[in-house]
Design a binder for this molecule. Sequence first.
Ligand SMILES: *Cc1c(COP(=O)(O)O)cnc(C)c1O
Length: 367
Amino acid sequence: MIKFLDLQKINLLHQDEIEARLIKTFRSGWYLLGEEVKQFENNLSAYIGAPHAIGTANGLDALRLIFKAYIELGVMQPGDEVIVPANTYIASLLAITDNNLVPVLVEPDINTYNINISLIEENISPKTKAIMIVHLYGQVIFDAELKALAQKHNLKIIEDNAQAIGAAWQGVRTGNLGDAAGFSFYPGKNLGALGDAGAVTTNDELLANTIRALANYGSEEKYVNKFQGLNSRLDEMQAAVLDIKLQYLDTENGIRRQVAKYYNENIKNPLIILPEMPSDGNNHVWHLYVIRTPERDRLQKHLADNGVQTLIHYPIPPHKQEAYPQLNHLSLPITEQIHREVLSLPISPVLTEEEIKKVADTINNYK
Ligand SMILES: *Cc1c(COP(=O)(O)O)cnc(C)c1O
């Protein structure tokens, strides 16, 4: 069985370093808001190119905290609207609605699965305060038109960078393209912790300070509470692991690019639509390799019967979820088609040549 993602193998690549650092952190007797978090935040900030990085408990909290901070700062108010791609993972919407902001869903481009920038302006209202871009599956969504649109309408650009750490647009990394970005270090992400972890990056010092306080009970000074905050801290053990794995991220993303290239060159089946290769390879870090086919469930069964595990990202779009009755009436045909047809193939830095060949061959045998 070829696993969709072999997390054990991925983390054992760095076994000696990780184990030594975890033992050191364990023995230090200091488990929160210490040197490991500080060092990882500094290294993440340098890697992304944004002057501020703040560790959080997970990716959802990173995004929630960005909106919460903008509300505390008076930049946004409950009831304001945020533009978001309709086919994103539910967490992007939860970060918006948890802050009593209103998500305005915009259809993606069927070829890139990213938000269709040309549809954004018609969805802007006097209440719109932000565009949340999601670099879905690891591919950058950003261009000069989007930047100009945000400037023209005085909108914040917030990046959901949970899936695209390491990708870059014209030499600028995701996480440094907009006003603030949320990262997830969920174990299966390209930079994965050994549990939950996340971060925010921004070049806005006031926003950074507000988020840091909000994530720690709304406190800048112990027992002095400036805001009604929450408890969402990155812990020292996770920061230690992430700080090691960050050093290997570019190499591992490079291997993902090779796997994607192999699939694109070797899967030749007219029933299957392959993802586009971006002309600038840096635009994609291939968190997921997503193909599309009308009879997706039949293909998934064919692969499973032949020992290849696949997943669907995602089977139900946010506007069809029971959690969002206020969105259930929407008709978003491209989004709905994507959710019916997509399938994610195994991709990771630890797949062998034999395994990727088997995946491609099995798809080529599908009729
Ligand atoms: C993983 C993910 C998140 C949430 O991250 P968690 O760390 O699981 O909270 C948010 N948005 C997207 C697009 C994701 O893929």
